[in-house]
Design a protein around this ligand. Structure first.
Ligand SMILES: Cc1cc2nc3c(=O)[nH]c(=O)nc-3n(C[C@H](O)[C@H](O)[C@H](O)COP(=O)(O)OP(=O)(O)OC[C@H]3O[C@@H](n4cnc5c(N)ncnc54)[C@H](O)[C@@H]3O)c2cc1C
Length: 545
């Protein structure tokens, strides 16, 4: 033997990913999803298994392949995925991480699904893209009862049945969306794809292109196009009712920074048939429910990435020594880990609170909170994720920079949720729209934060300051546009602080309020003295079964 390997942490496999995420377990309990605990533990054990981790590596390594034509030259426009992708999708759909909560009768179905989404996306994030879009399509499809009646049973089925075949013959279907064009994604009103009525019921023929269309093997897409009366939403199936393929030309797959297991295509439409959803000219209003639901998943997905990164960092530090002691006992590593842990916990608490507001959608207060909470949470949580993942990666030292650690995959994925469904500025501008036009939503935000009033003087002071800033903005919303990121940040932090002050251990809430609401610092780990960082790290460190 030339040498023995020592001081390398054991692999972080063979655990219940749900059980050791105390912040998530507590959120599930308080949002009324206790009945789902045992199912979530089952999913957590699957997520922490070596088999699932292996599937994630395979799916990321073997990117999907575009096949435009068959051997005879006929267009097929198909994408071939590695078997590991299908295995991951099978579990996601079987657990109902896609559209199932919309047809569920049990309470807290959306909170349950959100927790499952957070657990399972810690295995591999990319395959959750078609899962999210299918979840998000249902509220938009409900604009038209007839269309919803056709598609909802297919989208809520827990059978994963891949392949382009007539939807009526499939055990379950998946949905996607295509809004973004070459000349612009944020400004969809500039879309150039046209839609002409075919004269056959609600069917239109679409001509044009989409610059990003993820998961193009899904069965049906919500597409924006310019009809005679303006931008309109269409339901575009890949297979038509007569058993022929709809024109759906996949030009290229994107060569992406991360999210490599998933396919994102450029598509051209040439007389592509779609059924109108909602009125002509009301495309944005129709698709907005889908956009809102996918924004929720961006927050959940980012919170999940943070949790996975923190689990890896705390695990490594708990098993790696330097200079004669465990990294986890080094004071300067402790402040870094504790800072990362509270960021992750705050993200999880906010993501789950917003998911629970979907369960409470009959309550106007919950709807109003979701309206303002989504843009601020999407802005802040998604934006914090790349910074957190980079710092967590560094906790693993050189090992963290190496693919086998899994950290580079998290790092490449980390910026995506902030771009998807409206990049950071678009979220901040959406907040300004809320501030200018929707006083009920602002009031719902205030009421939610105020439930923690008196719990922490720093929270109270920050709320007073932010209220004053909001009053200033109300006097001149347009002239205050440059303040949008600042306001979104404060409003997200206050929501997080209020949740932690009410529900997290005192050590977590105390450190969060001191470092986020009182005296924020630029980097992770630049903490003041006098906080119980040991308790925070212990709570965040995963355990094997
Ligand atoms: C991997 C991947 C998959 C995707 N999949 C899909 C999909 O399936 N379907 C789909 O429709 N789209 C998809 N997209 C597209 C994505 O939603 C868009 O890229 C995103 O909405 C931003 O649009 P854009 O790229 O055109 O950027 P732009 O709209 O050009 O924006 C560029 C930058 O300018 C900022 N900005 C824009 N307007 C303003 C303003 N008024 N003031 C200040 N700043 C502003 C934005 O915040 C952004 O930072 C995908 C993107 C990626 C990366």
């Amino acid at each position: 033997m030339t040498h023995a390997v020592s001081n390398q942490p054991p692999p972080l496999v063979g655990r219940d990913v749900f059980a050791d995420d105390h912040a998530l377990v507590e959120a599930v309990r308080r949002h009324g999803a206790r009945d789902a605990l045992s199912r979530l533990h089952d999913l957590g054990m699957l997520a922490g298994s070596p088999e699932a981790q292996g599937l994630a590596v395979e799916a990321d390594t073997h990117s999907p392949v575009l096949r435009t034509h068959d051997r005879y030259g006929n267009r097929v426009d198909e994408v071939t995925f590695h078997p590991s992708w299908h295995a991951l999708m099978t579990t996601a759909v079987a657990f109902g991480l896609h559209a199932t909560p919309w047809s569920a009768t049990e309470p807290a179905a959306h909170a349950t699904r959100a927790a499952g989404f957070m657990v399972w996306s810690q295995v591999e994030a990319a395959h959750l893209c078609p899962v999210s879009m299918t979840y998000a399509a249902v509220p938009a499809l409900r604009t038209d009862a007839g269309t919803a009646a056709v598609w909802e049973p297919r989208l809520t089925s827990t059978e994963y049945d891949p392949g382009i075949r007539p939807p009526a013959e499939k055990g379950g279907c998946l949905a996607g969306m295509a809004m973004t064009e070459k000349q612009g994604g944020s400004d969809v009103r500039a879309n150039t794809t046209t839609a002409e009525h075919t004269g056959d019921g609600g069917w239109y023929a679409l001509t044009g292109h989409k610059w990003f269309c993820s998961a193009p093997m899904n069965d049906v897409f919500l597409v924006l196009a310019q009809a005679p009366d303006g931008l309109t939403c269409f339901v575009v199936p890949r297979m038509l009712d007569d058993g022929t393929r709809n024109s759906f030309r996949l030009q290229r797959l994107k060569d992406k920074l991360g999210n490599r297991a998933n396919a994102s295509a450029e598509v051209e439409f040439d007389g592509t048939l779609g059924v109108r959803l909602g009125e002509e000219g009301r495309g944005v209003a129709t698709i907005i429910e889908m956009v809102a639901a996918t924004r929720l998943d961006c927050v959940l997905g980012s919170a999940a990435l943070m949790r996975r990164a923190v689990a890896e960092a705390t695990w490594h530090a708990a098993h790696r020594s330097a200079f004669g002691g465990l990294l986890a006992d080094a004071p300067l590593m402790q402040v870094v880990l504790a800072d990362l842990a509270i960021e992750s916990e705050a993200a999880s608490a906010l993501a789950m609170r917003l998911a629970a507001s979907v369960d409470g959608a009959d309550d106007p207060q919950e709807r109003a909170l979701r309206r303002v909470g989504l843009p601020v949470a999407k802005y802040w949580v998604c934006k914090r994720t790349p910074a957190l993942v980079a710092e967590a990666l560094e906790c693993l030292g050189g090992n963290g920079y190496v693919e086998e650690s899994g950290m580079p995959r998290l790092y490449r994925e980390a910026p995506l949720n902030s771009i998807w469904e409206g990049a950071g500025n678009i979220q901040a501008l959406d907040l300004m729209r809320v501030l200018a036009r929707e006083p009920d939503a602002v009031a719902a935000w205030h009421a939610e934060v105020e439930t923690a009033k008196g719990a922490d003087r720093r929270l109270d002071a920050c709320l007073d300051d932010t209220d004053a800033a909001l009053r200033d903005v109300a006097r001149d919303p347009v002239g205050s546009t440059h303040l949008a990121r600042r306001l979104a940040t404060r409003m997200a932090l206050l929501l997080q602080g209020s949740l932690l002050a009410r529900f997290a251990p005192a050590s977590v809430a105390d450190l969060f309020c001191a470092t986020r609401l009182d005296r924020p610092e630029g980097t992770f780990g630049a903490l003041p003295a006098g906080f119980d960082v040991g308790a925070i790290i212990a709570r965040a460190t995963p355990e094997l079964l």
